[in-house]
Design a binder for this molecule. Structure first.
Ligand code: FAD
Length: 516
């Protein structure tokens, strides 16, 4: 490798120093490295009509997490003799301006498979190649290159998570320790007339901070990610015996899983480093769990959705998506709003949606419960609408994983046992018979006796009065009868499956209309 004077490190995800091959490469043999992050207004347009502060695409919890992650990254870079150069604007324009202004000879950035980032990357790459700028864009957000998985599967994305390791084997980087830090980063050169800003506040980005009764559950950044990873893996036996889908979705004082997803989403934590840590722990236990249920395997589920998302045109839509069953979902915005705003009258569902809004995170089986209820279980609302709500409210919102799981939960792809429906009454009760989770997130029901906490509309009026919660006044009546609605959902999905089979998935708009 030749020594090149000016390199630019473009941070997008991968907001970390450890195991960051693009940053390591930029740091090698450069006289100057410019670490850049562009705050992209695409995600942040304020949405004043919405039910909580934030934009259509990114809610306040996620943006707070991002800003904290940038402050943390800036502080780590400063310790290495550098700093983060923050811009606000359309990332392609900003990047190209920096490349010109600073006479950059090498551009480094992590490869990203999300369609939005692919398009952005392509535009900047085109400019760089036309202008003789060396490009280094390694895969480090995922364990494997999704394109490699697809190639090994004969050019098609695998439709089964368990195929991943069979196709590509354990990753090559697994056998030697990944870098945990860097010694130093070459200094920034002259920045000329560029409009560099400090990491902005939420308010400066048009967000209103909603500090309610509880402080935010997550603190963004690599420092916190590594602390949480150490904490999660300190109980080695817990790691070795981890088994999903076992685990209590109602546990909120000490949630049943690692809660590392927001850190993986933004790349504050390297999934490869996490995988390596799990693998090391497994070596110490003969009877450790294995894929697809072990903790390490959860990262393979992530790979799976990345590979399928990357290899499937229109993965985020029903129409034009070859792996998605065509189902005549309804567009009932009132039902959608009742679900989104915790007004369904089913305490288990409403409490989960409160937790989602407040924390920006819910347990995997809680996601199952509310996604099933909205789509194939009860309300028959289009999965794309539920996906949008999750996209906005989850701190860990991830294009491939979110779309993949909504396809799964709505029985549109991957999983087809549409007769198996999560009951909005009995499923939560199995884990939390006293209803502590509901009382915490729906305090209006805090004095409801446990016999009625999952079905408060069945409580006699005298009990409702004593509990200070009159159903229909203080808390809604159920918006549907679960027994009736779930039977109707099964009937409609059964008919849609038949038609998909008959037409080989080529269901016309007219057929769709007839199914409604
Ligand atoms: P752990 O159980 O501790 O797992 C560790 C990591 O493995 C997670 O952080 C995550 O990166 C990965 N992982 C775990 N489960 C899955 C899975 N089923 N699919 C893919 N990767 C997985 N996860 C997201 O990260 N972003 C999303 O936008 C997202 N949307 C979802 C939507 C629906 C409808 C459903 C049912 C699930 C969704 N998930 C999503 C997957 C999963 O629920 C979360 O990854 C998990 O609950 C995060 O908690 P954790 O970090 O404690 O997980």
């Amino acid at each position: 490798m030749t020594t090149i004077s000016n390199s630019l490190m473009w941070f997008r995800k991968g907001l970390r120093i450890h195991d960051n091959p693009a940053l390591e490469y930029a740091a090698k043999n450069s006289s100057n490295v410019y670490p850049v992050f562009v705050i992209d207004p695409h995600y942040m347009k304020p949405d004043p009509g919405a039910f909580s502060p934030g934009s259509r695409l990114a809610g306040v919890n996620r943006i707070r997490f991002l800003l904290e992650s940038l402050v943390d990254l800036d502080s780590s870079l400063k310790k290495l003799g550098s700093r983060l150069l923050v811009f606000h604007g359309e990332p392609g324009d900003e990047l190209i301006r920096c490349l010109k202004e600073w006479n950059i000879k090498r551009l480094c950035f992590e490869y990203d498979t999300d369609p939005y980032y692919q398009a952005l990357g392509a535009r900047v790459k085109n400019y760089a190649s036309e202008n003789g700028i060396e490009i280094f864009s390694p895969v480090s957000h995922t364990l494997f290159n999704p394109a490699h998985i697809i190639e090994k599967n004969g050019g098609k994305p695998p439709m089964n998570c368990q195929l991943i390791l069979k196709l590509v084997g354990e990753p090559q980087w697994l056998s030697s320790p990944l870098s945990t830090t860097l010694d130093t980063i070459p200094p920034i050169g002259d920045v000329g007339n560029c409009d560099i800003i400090e990491v902005p506040t939420l308010k400066q980005l048009g967000y209103e901070d909603i500090q309610e009764d509880e402080p935010p559950i997550f603190r963004g950044g690599e420092t916190e990610a590594l602390r949480r990873l150490r904490e999660s893996t300190s109980d080695k036996e817990w790691v070795a015996k981890f088994e999903k889908p076992k685990g209590d979705p109602s546990a909120f004082l000490k949630p049943a899983t690692t809660m590392l997803s927001p850190y993986l989403k933004f790349g504050c934590l390297s999934s490869r480093y996490f995988y390596q840590c799990c693998k090391e722990i497994e070596k110490e236990f003969k009877n450790h769990t294995d894929p697809p249920v072990s903790l390490r395997a959860q990262l393979l589920w992530r790979e799976f959705f990345y590979a399928v998302g990357f290899g499937t045109p229109n993965f985020d839509h029903m129409r034009g998506n070859a792996i998605c069953r065509q189902i005549p979902w309804n567009d009932d915005d009132e039902l959608l709003a009742a679900w989104r705003d915790s007004r369904t009258g089913f305490p288990w569902i409403d409490a989960i949606m409160v937790q989602l809004r407040k924390w920006g995170w819910i347990h995997h089986l809680a996601r199952h419960s509310v996604a099933c209820f909205l789509t194939r279980g009860d309300l028959f609302v289009h999965w794309e609408k539920g996906r949008d709500v999750f996209e906005r409210l989850l701190v860990d919102s991830d294009w491939a994983i979110n779309n993949g799981n909504w396809l799964w939960l709505s029985c549109s792809s991957f999983f087809y046992q549409f007769h198996r429906i999560y009951s909005p009454i009995t499923f939560g009760k199995k884990y939390d018979p006293s209803g502590a989770y509901i009382r915490h997130f729906l305090p209006v029901l805090k004095d409801m006796p446990k016999e009625y906490i999952y079905e408060p509309w069945t409580a006699p009026l005298s009990i409702q009065t004593k509990a200070n919660c009159i159903i229909g006044k203080d808390y809604p009546k159920p918006i549907i009868s679960h027994d009736v609605a779930s039977k109707e959902c099964k009937r409609k999905i059964g008919a849609a499956y038949e038609l998909n089979k008959k037409t080989n998935g080529m269901v016309s708009d007219e057929d769709m209309q007839n199914l409604r």
